[in-house]
Design a protein around this ligand. Sequence first.
Ligand SMILES: [Zn+2]
Length: 233
Amino acid sequence: MGERSTYARPRQNLILQHVELETANEFILKHHRHHGAIPWHRFSIGAEMHGNLVGVAVVGRPLSGQHQDRWVEVTRMASDGTPNVCSFLYGAAARAAFALGFARIQTYILASETGASLKASGWKFSHITKPPSAWHGRRPNPAHLRGSKQLWFQGEETAEDWNVSDWGDATRARLNRKRRTHERRRNQTRPPPRQCMNCGDRFFAARIDAKTCSPRCRKALQRKRELSRRWLR
Ligand SMILES: [Zn+2]
């Protein structure tokens, strides 16, 4: 850990600190819920409380898209659970990025997250990204890479940014909910196929009580049953 920053502003005992990527990665491996270490950054910052590192933010180039030289992205954010650490670091990361002359800072979070700490530190919600395909090459993507993401930013706006700051929290929550439902349905595993009682083919049932593969087979089965009933009589 480096020396304390001259610009450190104490906020609820949180002190801003410059950290090396190595220190940040160590912290991330210990505390991040789903991401591992990252091999590069532009800069990393940490929050210190009572002499302990309680959170880190790694700021690097945007992982996709243009503006690689003018924009930065918070590629990792981790805290040990101490309150307000994330909003403290998001705020500091944005100030640092603009001080360095970057036009925009952005970050992707999971659709299931609330974005409360981003909102608290003055970030704006951009939009929800389309989920990437569940498979990459021959392996399924790990769960945290599968879903859609929320993009949040400060600074330069683009056509992609829905201006939903006016729409309010309710709308954003509704959009998130809609996307999550869509994903859940998409990721649902299909129940196993059944065997048609008429033709013996395997089929995927649309209804719980389906016994035949098609309306035609259903009618044929009814006819057969009718006939056997007559014969038995
Ligand atoms: Zn059938």
